[in-house]
Structure formats: C-alpha cells, structure tokens
Design a protein. Structure first.
Lengths: 436, 436
C-alpha cells in the first residue's frame, strides 16, 4: 500500500491557483488537438530541420579546434565533461550581442542558463534576501516570473502598464517604490519586457525607456529586462534595449533567450549581470553579480547542457555571430502573422460593441477585451464547441485584473489558420453577447 | 559609474562559507594545472568520443520514426520545440531501470531533470513548506544537497554515518527523528547515498537498508535516495537499491543521474516520485508527487534540454536499454583505480601513526584521516609545494566535523597518476607530522 502525501503538507506554491492554471493551460492544447490554438507562445517550427543539429555541432567543434586551438582531448572535455558554471559560449554570445543589440558585454559578466527561466530564478534568489524584500513586476506579467517568485516565497508587487500598447509605466514604478518604502518594504528589482511583452504584446517607446532608467537610477531599484521577442518587430527597425541605453551604469540585469531566435528544445538562455558586488569573490574585494549568480547555479543545475551550448554556439557561428540577420525570415513570418491577426480582428469585431483589442507592433501576442468573463471555464466551452483555443488573461495579473481579456498568440500558426481561428472566435464571442 | 551592490544585501546563501568553499575548490584545480588532482568527482573521459553524439542522436530519431511511428513533423517537434515538463525519455529510462536495478517505475512517476541537482532542488522544495520543516542528511553529505537547502532557506539536520565504511546509520536516523519531533520540528525527508557515497565512499549493507526502510515507514520520513555511483562496485555484484527493496510502498524518492553512466555534459538526470498526493491534480482527486515536481520544474527550467534527452535516449537504445552492461568497461576501470588507490595508501601510510583511511568497495571516493587540520589552507600549501590536490572534508559536514580528513577521488586519473599522487601526498603528510 503506497504512502499518501497531502497537498496541504507540501510547499505552498503547489496549492497556488496560478500553478494549477498553468497546468490546465499546458494540457488544454493536448485535449483539443483539432482546435486552432492561439494558446502556446511557441515559435513556428517549419524553420527547423533535425539534420542541422549535427552540422551546428560540427561547426562548434571545428571552432574549438581551429579558432581556439584546442587539442582533441580538450575538445572532448568541453562537450562531455562538467564545465565552468558560467558556461562555455559566453564569448560567442557577447559578440552576437554587440552586433545585434549594440550591447557591450564582458563575457565574464555573462552566465549561460537553462533558458531564461533559470536566469530569472537565479536573479530573484540573489536579489531577494528577506521577508521585507519585494519584487516589482509589470502587470500583466509573464507567469514564469511570478511562479519563480512563488517558489522562493517572495513578495510580488504589480506595476501597471500604460494602456493597451504602452508597456510598463515609469511613473507607476516610481510611485510603487515610494509607497513600498513608506510601508517599510525594500523594493529590490522590477521585471519588465520592453519589447512585445508576454502577455500584452505592448512595447515601451524610447522616451519611456529613458525615463524608466532614470527612475531605476534614482530609486536604486534594479531593472530585470527580459528580451525574448526583440528581433520580431513588424518592421526591421528595432528600439534600443534598456541594457544598451544604460551602458555600464549597472541599472539593468538582462535576460536573454535562444528559445525563439534559435529553438526552445536547446534550453539555452543567459543573464548579463555586470553589477559589482562589494564583499564579493574578486581579488579586489569586489566581484560581479554574475559570479554570485554562478554560485547559485551550482545549486540549481550545476551547468547548462554542454551539448546544447555547442549546438547554439554552432548556430551563432553559422550566422557570422549576428543572430538578427539570421532571424530575418522568421521576423517576416511573424510580422505577416501579426498583420493577418490584426486585420482579421478588425473584420470580425469592428462592429461588435464591447470588444476591443490592442495593436502590437511585433512579437507573438495580442490581447482582446470582451464584455464577459474570459476564464478557464469559458475557454473550455469555446474549445469544445467552437474549436479554438486562447489564454485567459487573469492568470497574468498577480494583483487581480484581466478577467475580461484573452491573449491570442499568432506565432505557431499559418495565416490561413489565423483567419479560420478568428472566425471561430467571433462565433464564440457572438454566442456570449446578450441578444442585440 | 557602475552601481555597486553589497553582498550583505543579497541572499544569505551567497555569504555562506559553504558556497565560497565550493568556489575555491572549483578553482583550485585550474590554478594548479600540473598537480595530480584527487579533487574533482569527474568521470574518466577517455571513454568519450565526440563523433558518437551525432550517432546517438540519429539512433533516437530513428526510434521515434520507426518504433514510435512519429511523422517527420512530430520528430521535428520533439527535438526542437518545448515539450512535456516531465520529459521525453521517461519510458526508455523506466525500461533501463527495470533491467539494471529491478526497479519497476511507471514512466508517469518519472521527471527528467537537468542533472540530479535539479531533481534534488525540486524534491526539497516540494517537501519542505514551512519554518518547522527539517531536511535530514547523512553526514558527511554531498554539498549539492546542503547547498540546495541553503538556497531555499531550509533547516538541515545531520545524521551520522555508522563508522568509516558503514554508510548512514538507521538507528541514528530514528533517534534524530524522535529528537526533532520532541523539539516541535517536522522532519520531512532524509537524503542518503546508499552506494559509494560522496564524499565518504561508504556503502550501506543490505540489512541496514532494510532497517532504514522500516524506520522510514514507521516515522513517516521519506528517504531521498541518490544513486550516481551504483554501477561502479569493485565487483560486478550489486546491492539492491532502497527503491527496489521498497517496491511500491512509497517510502523512497529516487534520484538518478546519467552524469557518470553516460556523460556529465548532457546534464540529464531524473526523479522517481510515485507517492500519491491527496488533493493533487489527478482525475481521482489524487496525483503523483512527480506531477507536483513537474509543476515546480516549470518554474526552474521549464524543460530539460530535448537535445540532451535525445542523445541520452540514443545511448540507452544503443545499449539495448541496459545501461549497467554498457558500463562494465567503466566499472572495471574505476575498480582498478580504487584497488590501486587503496594499495598505494597501504604502502605509503601503513607505518605512519595517526593516519588511517577507509576501504570503499567501489565508487569514486575514499577518505583519509590525518593528525593535523586538513583545511583549504593546508590544501593550498600542499598543491603549491607538493603538486597534489584533494578535497578538505570539513565542508561536507553541515554540523561540523571532518577537520582532520581529506577526500581522495580516483575517478579521473590513471593508475600511474594515482601512484604518483599518493607518493606526493605522503611527502606532504610527512612534512605536517611532528618530528618522530
């Protein structure tokens, strides 16, 4: 007779509705395989070819032998053995960041992580030490952040976005920091996705970015900039990242991911953490925040898969250490999808009272507001009866909100599927509205 | 001017001497590249060939197409895309566990993790919910466990091993549980490596294993069994794992690793957690502990690298889903190394008063006791002057102890290097002893 544990005896995060909602959402796509799914924030996968993996691996091994001059024994050690906790491909990532984003990163300030998710966990753990510490997050917020905070029992405080397309509001951050300090709390950092945020799709204009950096500088609150979608604007012109604008002033910890620009299955991301830490491990009595993150990483995963790093390293090399150019076909694909989505929403809903949507200028996501509760139960009915899936927005609001909003992801579909999906969604919405 | 953070403002684990000691130990090998290093618990790497990676990957892809009947599109999805949080290769791992260990594991009770380290973090997080919860650990204890506990701010209570070769003492566990309960604490689980423990090299005899399971059953404390070295006995005969002895009684959460049996650079491990959880996610109102661990994993790393899983899957398939047989050359190699180490210690120290050592019957590690402090400072002097590296044992004792002991790892060296290393160690020890 097997032992039975009780959920109430396990860590509190496991009873949090947030994690149950995520499990439900992860499973719902599988339960309705015939539905058009606007749910997952996945990259389109027809860019991928399994035959490329061995090719990229070989490119990286050749680089080790020919450009770095490693012996066969050292090459073998690099891909098979335990390695530096900070990772193997930081120098390649730093060169790509310089070319793609104008970010001048010391490879020693980089930690290669198991996706941006591990990076987030490490940064939150390092920065939040005690019960008075607070993590600020743009609201709505990616659940990976609020979930990681929950796992570490951290307090999260939402900072609203400035309207449906504005991104995080710098003045709202300044006000939140003041309020928290007045209440005896210690606001430590603010999580933000300035470009094509998940879930809102919103982006911050350049003046707002500059103002946000001023607020960070004045308040001493670090900005945790997460940038998974920055390459995927509807035009090729890019706004500068917070990290690039901040230069070496140390107001930004930058989270990068190769999940959308290379592929998710590698699980390779990174953190740039070039802040100096007094009392840290370096010879001069300081060290880099990256060194502290590496100490924590040895307690979470020890190393990021050397195999995965080698394949991503090969992809970076194959693209001449310029990942943005290599992603131009993907950018055009996603831009066309977003154009299609917005055009189809216009066709379907322009005359429907109470229905509105935002107009992201890139990325994977848009948000539709409807005059009824768009929750998990509504989703289930919509999937069953109308064959279309979306994501309720309420789970993205740590302070409540979003009950009448749904997120549509257009990254994983063809334009034809998007058009069909919006038609199905319109039929569902029509059914929910009061008789006219 | 870059911002300066203060170590004292960061999470307490980062000021813990334990993590600094680990950083020192990770770096000391690099600082003395010419030294004979008994320090790292790394597998011997001449078993590895980079050309095998593409071969193993191809084996796995062929398995997906031919045995599981996946289309090319589904194969592409499997290796490149986000996947199930629990992992892709659980069915293959379950078959290997049945053949190699006589463990009958439901693949649904398995979570594939980024090495055993992530598995440990997830298990500790799930089981320890509040300030009264206590994690028991065999002492001396692998630092990855005490470090993960530190990252989560958990209380750790040491349970001594039964002498230099006995492994964890079941009666000591029973006593510790009684004492903790009497003090109002909630002992939740006990971490143990029954076979060739890191760092002690000790193993539990079969009667002690059976008694330990009784103690677990009676006390309600779960056993967290970590088994990275079980294949590497000095003879091919293996003792049964706690998990195999426990069957489906649910007293054991089992941590597995492919770091030593395949290779570390893949970063693939797994947890078997078949305990039922009342109030959990399943349709019958219960779920498996594995499902709860997967919820947490979506907040740490989302997925284990699909690439790494594919390559490990290919290695499992190549070995006919019997990993123990495939590791027989490695077992013989490590067994010969341990024989060499013990013989050289006998030669060097049999007539030296105050020096003793244990006699592990397998694995990577042995422990030498010396009549002087064997700390990081002594190590540094030994490395500089005598060209040999080892690991101070004090860092492995969460409750203090081990100040006069050093760990020798024999996994990464040839027999010739081991003999030379022990000669150098003997010169260092002679220098530390009082004039005779």
């Amino acid at each position: 007779m097997s032992r039975v544990l009780h959920l109430a005896d396990l860590h509190g995060s496991l009873s949090d509705p947030l994690l149950d909602a995520m499990t439900f959402l992860n499973e719902v796509t599988g339960r309705y395989p015939e539905a058009v799914s606007f749910a997952p924030g996945r990259p389109y996968e027809e860019f991928f070819d399994p035959a490329d993996i061995a090719k990229h691996l070989e490119t990286y091994l050749r680089h080790l032998r020919e450009e770095r001059g490693l012996t066969d024994a050292r090459v073998r050690q690099e891909v098979f053995q335990y390695g530096r906790t900070k990772g193997l491909i930081a120098p390649l990532i730093a060169r790509a960041l310089a070319a793609d984003e104008g970010i001048d990163a010391d490879p020693e300030a980089l930690v290669v992580t198991v996706g941006a998710q591990e990076g987030m966990l490490l940064v939150l753990r390092a920065l939040c030490a005690g019960p008075d510490d607070v993590l600020l997050v743009s609201a709505p917020c990616y659940v990976g952040v609020t979930g990681a905070a929950r796992l570490l029992d951290l307090t999260v405080h939402p900072v609203p976005e400035a309207g449906p397309d504005g991104g995080l509001d710098p003045e709202a951050l300044a006000a939140a920091v003041r309020d928290l300090r007045a209440a005896g709390k210690r606001p430590r950092a603010c999580y933000v996705v300035p470009d094509f945020a998940n879930p809102s799709g919103a982006s911050m204009a350049e003046p707002a970015r500059r103002r946000l950096l001023e607020v960070a500088e004045e308040s001493g609150v670090l900005l945790i900039e997460d940038n998974p979608y920055g390459f995927f604007g509807r035009t090729a012109a890019a706004r500068p990242t917070l990290k690039a604008l901040d230069g070496d002033r140390g107001n930004v910890v930058y989270l990068g991911s190769f999940a959308k620009t290379c592929f998710p299955g590698a699980r390779v991301g990174y953190v740039i953490a070039d802040q100096r830490v007094a009392g840290g491990a370096g010879a001069d009595g300081t060290g880099l925040l990256a060194d502290e993150l590496a100490k924590l990483k040895s307690m979470t995963t020890v190393n990021t898969s050397a195999l995965s790093q080698a394949v991503i390293g090969g992809m970076l090399l194959a693209g001449g250490l310029r990942l943005r150019d290599a992603n131009e076909p993907a950018r055009r694909f996603y831009a066309r999808n977003m154009d299609t989505l917005l055009a189809e929403l216009e066709t379907a809903f322009r005359d429907v009272p109470g229905v509105s949507w935002n107009h992201p200028d890139g990325g994977f996501f848009a948000v539709v507001t409807v005059p009824f509760r768009a929750d998990a139960q509504a989703l289930d009915g919509c999937a069953r009866k109308h064959g279309v899936l979306w994501t309720p927005m309420d789970g993205f609001h740590p302070g409540g909100g979003g009950e009448h909003q749904l997120r549509l992801s257009c990254s994983y579909l063809t334009p034809q599927q998007i058009a069909e999906g919006v038609r199905r969604l319109a039929a569902f919405v029509a059914e929910q509205l009061p008789e006219g």
